[in-house]
Design a protein around this ligand. Structure first.
Ligand code: HEM
Length: 437
């Protein structure tokens, strides 16, 4: 399903299972997707590695099992899990559309296993050097300050603002374009392209939506190919140039198709995830005034800000579940798994595991193990954009709280909507009011 359609409006409290047993429940249920905490807790306590019949996947819900799985990439294959999930049920047709209209079918080379993954990740590192992230900070700060000012102006005119569509999404898209050196861009297109790609792992699209999404992905690829050709002829100081010209010490290079797939991954991977983190920030500031007050009181304290961002990512992780697949018969958390078991790693549930985090549903930036969350994953596939994302969320939190106050939801909390997908936990729309400081 496209991200613009079929949003779930569940009760503001966590989904309540009443007398239901786990076998009656499924992560495919939009009400559970929207407010999953009780479901996660039932999983962790009753069946931590649970087979969800409707989804056809094993849900891994405990922190320790998640870490064990992620540290064993040879047994739990990222490549096989991703491929089994991708364009689920329509893969061949999807591939043909891309080959015909989109310049080719370029598999996601970062979604691979060692040794291929090791080679690709090394080449990708050049685009995420500390130098590249640092050089982006001043421009990102300018973009964010501009958007916060616009938000404050609209609010001063008494308007209700959609925090997702009018703040988080435009902010993240502007940042990605800055990062990739794309001066001329159409924000709405990038947002549509991004939703079309994430729908391929969301497990909620029908055939008609797959075709529509495949056509959008063709447009995206044709756009990327144009950008890359331009950088081949005229190298610039940006991440697309870094990738087009990337090479390892022993002279290894990316093929053209690999580079297309990585630019596509960078446009998409950092988009909905970071936008969701910023929407979650707005949601928490609007619904937990004590947290907002504490952030304001400590806004110049860099150590506090670091802790605040980590707790935000633990408390409300944007990525809910990514797929892996067993390459042999194995065992996890006491459950025997056959070869070819399709796993869904529930990062969202791991961050809520009371065995690891005391009072997990309380937002507490001072908790001792604040940095131990799994919002960016663990091990060889750990998010490569983590330092960029952290910087972006931190600048957003800081510039926002310095300039605006009294952020409030303009609808009852139980009417906040979420995107229908098993891959992320993303607010679809967030009507808010606020005041300039
Ligand atoms: C708050 C924002 C973000 C969150 C929560 C997030 C989360 C994640 C997670 C959970 C993984 C997968 C780890 C695994 O397989 O276990 C991942 C991988 C990845 N992320 Fe992020 N991410 C964010 C932002 C970004 C940004 C800004 C970029 C780039 C511009 C990015 C690029 C990637 C890439 C390329 C991978 C694949 C890495 C690999 O497989 O080696 N992410 N991210």
């Amino acid at each position: 399903m496209n991200s613009s359609e079929g949003h779930s409006t569940a009760s503001g409290c966590p989904f309540s299972s009443g007398n239901m047993t786990l076998s009656d429940m499924s992560l495919t249920d939009p009400l559970i997707q929207a407010r999953p905490q009780e479901f996660y807790s039932k999983l962790r306590n009753e069946d931590p590695v649970h087979y969800d019949e409707k989804l056809g996947m094993w849900l891994v819900s405990r922190y320790d099992d998640i870490v064990t799985l992620l540290r064993n990439p040879q047994t739990f294959s990222d490549k096989k899990g991703y491929e089994a999930q991708y364009a689920s049920g329509f893969f061949e047709e999807f591939k043909q559309i891309l080959e015909k209209e989109g310049g080719g079918f370029f598999p996601d080379v970062i979604k691979s296993d060692p040794p291929e993954h090791t080679r690709i990740r090394k080449l990708l590192d050049s685009a995420f050097s500390a130098h590249r992230v640092k050089t982006l900070e001043p421009a990102i700060t300018r973009i964010i300050v501009g958007l916060v000012e616009q938000l404050a102006d609209k609010a001063a005119a008494g308007k209700v603002i959609d925090g997702v569509k009018e703040f988080s999404i435009p902010l993240t898209i502007a940042v990605i374009c800055e990062q990739l050196g794309m001066n001329q861009y159409d924000g709405d297109k990038i947002s549509e392209w991004s939703a079309a790609i994430t729908a391929q792992i969301g497990r909620m699209q029908n055939r008609e939506q797959m075709v529509e999404n495949a056509n959008k992905i063709c447009e995206l690829q044709n756009f990327i190919i144009g950008q890359m050709k331009d950088r081949e002829a005229n190298p610039k100081e940006d991440m697309i140039s870094d990738l087009v010209h990337a090479h390892t010490e022993d002279g290894g290079k990316l093929t053209f198709g690999e580079a297309v797939s990585l630019v596509r991954a960078l446009i998409i991977a950092g988009n909905e995830t970071t936008a969701t983190a910023i929407s979650n920030l707005l949601f928490i500031l609007a619904t937990q005034p004590a947290v907002a007050a504490q952030l304001y009181d400590n806004v110049e304290d860099e150590r506090y800000l670091t802790r605040f961002i980590e707790e935000l990512l633990r408390y409300a992780p944007p990525v809910r579940g990514l797929a892996k697949m067993t390459t042999r018969e194995t065992e996890l958390g006491g459950t025997k798994l056959p070869k070819g078991a399709h796993m869904l790693v529930l990062y969202g549930s791991g961050n809520d595991d009371e065995r690891r985090f005391e009072c997990p549903r309380s937002f507490d930036a001072s908790r001792g193990n604040v940095g131990n969350h799994v919002a960016f994953g663990v091990g060889i596939h750990r998010c490569i954009g983590a330092s960029l994302a952290r910087m972006e969320i931190r600048v957003a939190a800081k510039e926002l709280i310095k300039r605006v106050r009294n952020i409030q939801l303009a609808i009852p909390v139980d009417q906040v909507t979420y995107l229908p997908t098993v891959a992320t936990h993303s607010i679809a729309s967030l009507p808010i009011t606020l005041m300039r400081r």
